[in-house]
Write a protein that binds this ligand. Structure first.
Ligand code: ADP
Ligand code: AMP
Length: 222
């Protein structure tokens, strides 16, 4: 299955992506994770992207689109993938459709994780991420078992630089202006499923599974 996860920053996309990727055996591709890895490794891409991430601004489309095209060309994406944080602009969505179309492929479904704005600030300022594997935790809603250490890989769990209150507000404004139009974009293609993202993480995953299973039943895919 080829899936796009949509939703404001802090909606729980990364959290659900880990579950989806495992259950349906498809790679989780997070453009945010790719940028953070490159920044940590001080690559050319990392140097280019750093100022945008620090300020909570979008990395330019041409840079981001090329990275995703490159990643989707990998062997592990042959039977599907899960995009998290991409596309974030209509230009990116159109480039993705064109790229897939050229290979006689298409996005199967888009899951919009819907969370009220009031919850987002608390989710993002309390977020902690593994600096090694990117797993996402929350000081209150989803703490690590051992303080500061990732449950999955044992890596150091840290706060993201862009999860401060000021940057979060800017990122939410950018979401409203540039990413929200994608809801209409995918609705028009009849590919949008809205998932209620409030409540327990496992409850949200149950809703995600119901939606994906319904898609698979309708399309007789595996
Ligand atoms: P996104 O990838 O959409 O930016 P994350 O998956 O990183 O969001 O989640 C943002 C924060 O909210 C994290 O700290 C995560 O642990 C927490 N979170 C995710 N899902 C829920 C939920 N259903 N209830 C409460 N907190 C959640
Ligand atoms: P995320 O981990 O999805 O919250 O992304 C963190 C940051 O990475 C964003 O605030 C942007 O600076 C950058 N980024 C991630 N994905 C994209 C994208 N599709 N387009 C532009 N910038 C992105």
């Amino acid at each position: 299955m080829k899936i796009v996860l949509l939703g404001p920053p802090g909606a729980g996309k990364g959290t659900q992506a880990k579950f989806i990727s495992e259950k349906y055996s498809i790679p989780h591709i997070s453009t945010g994770d790719i940028f953070r890895k490159n920044i940590a490794e001080k690559t050319q891409l990392g140097l280019k992207a750093k100022s945008y991430l620090d300020a909570g601004k979008l990395v330019p489309d041409e840079v981001t689109i090329d990275i995703v095209k490159d990643r989707l060309g990998n062997e592990d994406c042959k039977n599907g993938f899960l995009l998290d944080g991409f596309p974030r602009t209509v230009t990116q969505a159109e480039a993705l459709d064109l790229f897939l179309d050229n290979k006689d492929q298409k996005i199967d479904t888009t899951l919009l994780i819907d969370v009220p704005k009031e919850s987002i600030l608390e989710r993002m300022t309390g977020r902690r991420v593994c600096s090694s594997c990117g797993a996402s935790y929350h000081v209150k809603f989803n703490p690590t078992k051992v303080n500061g250490k990732c449950d999955i890989c044992g890596g150091d769990v840290v706060q993201r630089k862009d999860d401060t209150e000021v940057t979060v507000k800017d990122r939410l404004n950018i979401y409203d202006e540039q990413t929200q139009p994608l809801i209409g974009y995918y609705k028009k293609q009849n590919k949008l499923s809205t998932i209620n993202g409030t409540g327990d993480i496992n409850e949200v995953f149950k809703r995600v599974k119901i939606s994906l299973e319904a898609y698979l039943d309708d399309n007789n895919k595996n």
